[in-house]
Design a binder for this molecule. Structure first.
Ligand SMILES: Nc1ncnc2c1ncn2[C@@H]1O[C@H](COP(=O)(O)OP(=O)(O)OP(=O)(O)O)[C@@H](O)[C@H]1O
Length: 259
């Protein structure tokens, strides 16, 4: 079974060569991390996988259907997005924002039920922002806002999660809590595909890794095949020191760059 796959996919980054076409298969139960330096195209890839921008070449499939052929409502029931941009201009409370996650499941003009409200509240509690339910989202701190965005997708309950740096703005404890939550969703049969800047979160939590190079080249596979110091040093142009801790490799940037 495939939650998402791509065939000969080339993302459209202006003035960049095609690089390696992506033939990814993201299966239920998997947790993918996308790693690459600034400007490598991680966000562009996520937007392309979500159908928010067209690929230069190739196709994205949700399940076995081309994403471009699916009605947006069906896509929004299956695909949850946690992206960097937030539209907080509209003065919504935290609870109203979390309830937006139920909208793909309601018919037009149908009011949210008590059950919808209960799942929105439960998601906020799970992300440790239940006490902020009545606050306006534009008054939240960066980390609180990030947790509300994740709670909104939890309320939506999609089979595939696409996340752009989900631990952005989070303190250490909440980084671990969010990664643990995503892992438990994957263990329950969801598929998780996310961009990360933190190599060590990827090493500890992800079972599959995609390395994206600024040239457009890419390689992907099981995490233990991908998280090789030489490959990561060449990806970031940064010398690394590798140690082992708590059953996972830990990569520390050396004071020097690359010789
Ligand atoms: N509309 C655009 N016009 C020109 N270049 C663009 C446009 N959108 C994105 N780019 C370029 O495409 C490249 C990839 O951008 P993207 O945001 O996908 O990178 P990223 O890997 O997510 O980077 P970061 O780690 O900094 O978030 C960048 O060099 C960016 O400047």
């Amino acid at each position: 079974m495939r939650a998402l796959h791509t065939r000969e996919l080339v993302i459209d980054i202006p003035d960049r060569a095609d690089g390696s076409p992506l033939g990814l298969t993201v299966a239920p139960g998997q947790m993918w991390g996308v790693l690459g330096p600034n400007g490598a195209g991680k966000t562009t890839l996520l937007h392309t996988l979500a159908g928010l921008r067209p690929p230069r070449h190739g196709q994205v499939y949700l399940g076995d259907q081309p994403l471009a052929d699916l009605r947006r409502r069906l896509v929004s029931q299956q695909l949850g997005l946690v992206f960097q941009e937030r539209q907080d201009g509209f003065p919504a409370t935290v609870l109203e924002t979390s309830l937006i996650g139920r909208h793909p499941w309601l018919s037009p003009w149908q009011m949210e039920s008590g059950e919808d409200l209960a799942s929105a509240r439960a998601a906020l509690e799970q992300l440790d922002v239940g006490h902020l339910a009545d606050r306006l989202v534009n008054t939240l701190s960066g980390g609180e806002r990030q947790r509300v965005a994740i709670a909104t997708v939890l309320t939506q309950n999609p089979s595939l999660w696409l996340l752009d740096e989900p631990t952005n703005h989070l303190d250490l404890h909440h980084q671990v809590a969010v990664m643990q939550l995503l892992k438990s969703l994957a263990s329950a049969g969801r598929a998780v595909f996310m961009c990360l800047h933190d190599l060590n979160l990827a090493a500890r939590w992800c079972d599959h890794i995609l390395l994206l190079y600024p040239s457009g080249d890419a390689c992907w596979g099981p995490a233990d095949h991908m998280l090789v110091p030489e490959a990561l040093e060449s990806l970031y142009g940064q010398k690394l020191i590798t140690v082992e801790a708590d059953g996972a490799p830990v990569f520390v940037p050396a004071r020097s760059g690359m010789d």
